[in-house]
Ligand binder design. Structure first.
Ligand code: GLU
Length: 287
């Protein structure tokens, strides 16, 4: 299960999402991709290999737009290649989805969707979920939020997902089950990521989504959360304690080198308040 980053606000989404993906590189991955709502068009960039490859590929392309989603993939369904990399588009090209995790019943859902005329480009379980959401929205004429909610009722497995729409650059939809997702709340902007590392330099105010929750992050109406069972929840905003310096390499060439040189300080931090260094006394036994 790998990395997700998303942004919606007044700034350019692409550089924020790209930087966020770099912050998540420590989790390991085999490919990466970004989708941006660029003036009510979805522009999509996906590449096997490092995020640096994706960045190189973006050179000279129009990556403008205020809403974006990004992903680093650790392949579970389908080999690591450009086509299987996320984001995945719906058949009608209106939605783009990133997903961490596994859709366990994807094969049966895929068969059913193929029998209803859906055509798949990738081998992933993720694309099946995207088509299922699209199918529900088209058939029932419901909102993206409601389409996601109903689709997740039919899905077994683990997921953290974020979806954007081509026709609406004012909202992002995110949901999770058994795979973490955190929402960062800035001034007139939102961030979503699979951990707080891509968010901490922009805002300290975060909401950790609970299992089985769906969030709508809207520039017009703020953050709304519901459960998959359609119960409204009040977002619980927490303050992040993570410091940006803790994420950087601190001038060392590698994170491992940084960690080795940090050991004396880490031990001091652990012992602080428990040891009196002046007279070598133990202040508290393990608490
Ligand atoms: N199951 C999805 C895939 O194979 C997502 C894997 C991940 O968590 O990166 O594409």
């Amino acid at each position: 299960m790998c990395g997700i980053v998303a942004y919606i606000g007044e700034k350019e989404a692409f550089p924020i999402v790209l930087k966020g993906l770099k912050r998540l590189e420590y989790r390991g991955y085999d490919s990466s991709g970004i989708a941006i709502n660029n003036n009510l068009r979805l522009s999509l960039l996906k590449k096997q290999g490092k995020v640096a490859e994706l960045e190189k590929n973006a050179e000279g392309r129009d990556t403008g737009g205020n809403v974006g989603i990004g992903h680093t993939r650790w392949a579970t369904h389908g080999e690591p290649n450009d086509i299987n990399a996320h984001p995945h588009l719906s058949g009608n090209g209106k939605f783009a989805l990133v997903h961490n995790g596994i859709i366990e019943n994807y094969a049966i859902l895929k068969k059913e969707l193929i029998s209803r005329g859906h055509v798949f480009k990738s081998e992933t379980d993720t694309e099946v979920l995207m088509h299922l959401i699209e199918d529900i929205i088209e058939k029932q004429d419901v909102s993206l939020f409601e389409g996601v909610r109903q689709a997740l009722h039919e899905v077994h497995g683990a997921y953290a997902i974020v979806i954007i729409s081509k026709e609406n650059n004012q909202e992002l939809i995110a949901a999770r089950k058994s795979s973490p997702l955190v929402v960062g709340i800035g001034k007139d902007e939102f961030f979503v990521a699979s951990d707080a590392t891509p968010i901490v330099e922009y805002t300290k105010n975060v909401v950790y989504l609970e299992d089985g929750e769906i969030a709508r992050l809207s520039l017009d109406s703020g953050l709304k959360i519901k459960t998959i069972g359609n119960v409204e929840k009040t977002p619980y905003i927490q303050e992040l304690e993570l410091q940006l310096e803790a994420l950087e390499k601190g001038g060392y060439e590698h994170f491992m080198l940084k960690e080795i040189f940090e050991q004396p300080r880490s031990i001091m931090d652990c012992m602080r308040g428990r040891l009196n260094l002046k007279n070598s006394a133990l202040l508290h036994l393990a608490e």
